[in-house]
Structure formats: C-alpha cells, structure tokens
Ligand binder design. Structure first.
Ligand code: FES
Length: 328
C-alpha cells in the first residue's frame, strides 16, 4: 500500500507528473486509486483536480536544454567548478537550498544525465554555478567540457529536512560540510543568514579540497576547519564530536546541517540522537539519482518500518532515514 508523503514537486508547475498517470502519486490518495480524499499536507492546490482539469494527463515535464559554459575553474585534479548561462526563470527557480540540475555532454545519450547541486545563482545574469567531482563514467564524460552542456531542471529535493531550514529565524546554526558536500551547504548558509540566523561552518576538505571558504566568508559565517571523517571506518573523530557538543550546548544551536556522504550523515545522526536536547537535523540527499522523476527506482530506500521511499521526490525527516542504520 502506498503511503501519503510529502512530495517536493507538489503544487509546482510540474505537478501532476508521471506518477499521477500510473496511480503512484506520492501525496494524493485518489491518485493512488482510493475513493476518498486523504490529503494531509496541503500545498495550495488539489492535485486530483489539477489532474482532471488537465484531461487526466501529466503536466509538461522538465526537458534538457543546451546551455553555454561561461567559466571553468579547476579546484583540484578531481574537482572543477562551472558557471553556466541558463534562462533567468530557471536561475530564479534554482535559487533555493536543495536545488540541483542534471548535467550531460550533448554528445552522450540521456542516460548519462548526472545530478549536481547548484552552489550559487545569479538571478540577474541568469547563471548557475556547480561543483563537479570526477568519480565515475558519467562525471568523466563531463571532464573536458568547456563550451556547452545539456542542463535539465529545476529539481529541488537535494536536501532532506528543508522545512526546518526554511522556517528557522534568529537562531544559531551549525553546518558541517566535507568534500563536494560543501556545494550543497552554501545555499543553506545563504538562506539561514537571510533569515537572521548566525551560522558556524565546520569545513573538511575531504578528497576535493576547500572551494567555498571565500563564499562562506562573504556571507559572514564563522568558519572552523576540522576533520569530519577519518580512518578506515570513516568515523567522525572524537575531538570533532566534542567540539560540536560544546558548540551545540554553549551556543544553543537549533539546527545542524550535514553536507557530505552517507557516512557523515550517519555519524552526525548518531551523535545528535545521543544528545538530550536535540537540534533539528537536516542533510544533503546523498541517494543515487538517475531520472529525478520517481520512475527509475535508483533512489529508493527502505525505512525502518519496511516502507519504500522515492527519495528524489519525497521530503523526510533525516532522523527517519538514518535511525534504522545506527546502532544505538
Ligand atoms: S531518481 Fe529515479 S526514481 Fe528517484
């Protein structure tokens, strides 16, 4: 049986999507084949009504567009930064925490599409900036691009726990970011600073180097350098955990964001669950995205209660994601 969950695309111009046509809508009980309305998270529109008004069809979905690369910066052997010219509307829609796009060389087929966090946006110029780490076949195919690139978007589910980031005002926040995970942390810091929060960032260069320090400084964040994962087991060092505990207790930190790998998120979740006063936990969405549309199944995870979740579409409390994997 399908569960009613929070879909990132609900109420957007891309809703209803393919899932409504196949009886798999994440939010609407009637579009899951039931005969009653069980709407629990109102997004300003009735998805069922939108579907019927659209003659029982999905809305037009996101398409790839060929865009110009304006600037390329090499950070390390395995990481480079691209500034890409897109449509101004697209740039505006991507100017939020959790935004990402699929990138690919125009010489390759659609299945080379690879998701990349949007690190910076210039709405006026209509540009987006992304950091690309060379890892596997898809990212190697992007390695030598200098002029043009296929961009598909906008997508928004690059962060879990977005409602906590959007709702926090006038508080203190701790961001931890490692390696290429720094890219997803930057829009989070920007949103939190705009909302009057004081942000401390713990940075670890990981395997890709530090490439965000200037930007965090421009936002007025307090930056600390500490190792976040070490050893063969990729554990958070005790000294870093003690530092985080001290900051959380002395500064009355209300929210912690983790930008990096699943190992880092698991370590942070385990640490936060051990505290008496738990801040909100948010993290980058590190699932493997292929389509981004809830179709291919590559991003599916199983929660502790056995239910399967499409993480490219579904917003979840990160504690729910990691509680089943932590030995408490
Ligand atoms: S990425 Fe394809 S279903 Fe989520």
């Amino acid at each position: 049986m399908l569960k009613i969950l929070d879909c990132i695309d609900a109420g957007s111009e891309y809703c209803p999507c393919h899932l409504a046509e196949t009886g798999e809508c994440i939010m609407c009980s009637q579009l899951q084949g039931k005969t009653f309305c069980d709407c629990r998270s109102w997004k300003g529109v009735c998805i069922y009504q939108e579907f019927t008004n659209n003659r029982y069809q999905k809305r037009e979905q996101r398409q790839s567009k060929l865009c110009h690369i304006l600037h390329r910066e090499e950070v390390s052997e395995e990481l480079f930064i691209l500034r890409i010219k897109t449509h101004k509307d697209m740039a505006r829609e991507l100017n939020v925490p959790g935004a990402y796009v699929f990138l690919r060389s125009s010489e390759n087929a659609d299945y080379y599409d690879t998701p990349m966090s949007v690190m910076k946006v210039d709405e006026h110029e209509g540009t987006i900036t992304t950091a690309l780490q060379i890892r596997g076949i898809k990212t190697k195919a992007l390695k030598n691009l200098n002029e043009q690139i296929e961009v598909r978007g906008p997508y928004w589910n690059g962060i879990m726990g977005l409602k906590y980031i959007k709702g926090l005002r006038g508080s203190k926040v701790l961001l931890v970011a490692r390696g290429v995970g720094q890219a997803s942390a930057l829009p989070v810091a920007k949103k939190l600073v705009i909302s009057g929060n004081k942000v401390t960032v713990i940075l670890d260069k990981g395997s890709s180097g530090i490439f965000t320090e200037t930007y965090f400084n421009e936002l007025g964040c307090n930056i600390v350098h500490k190792p976040l994962l070490e050893g063969k087991g990729f554990k958070i060092p005790q000294e870093t955990l003690e530092y985080m505990k001290m900051r959380i207790q002395e500064d009355e930190i209300k929210l912690v964001f983790s930008g990096g790998s699943e190992r880092l998120h698991e370590g942070i979740a385990e640490f936060l669950l051990s505290l008496q006063e738990k801040p909100y936990f948010t993290c980058s969405n590190d699932a493997k995205f292929c389509c981004g549309e809830g179709i291919c199944g590559s991003c599916h995870i199983r929660l502790k209660d056995g239910s399967r979740i499409k993480t490219c579409k579904t917003q979840l409390n990160p504690f729910l994601l990691y509680e089943g994997r932590i030995n408490l």
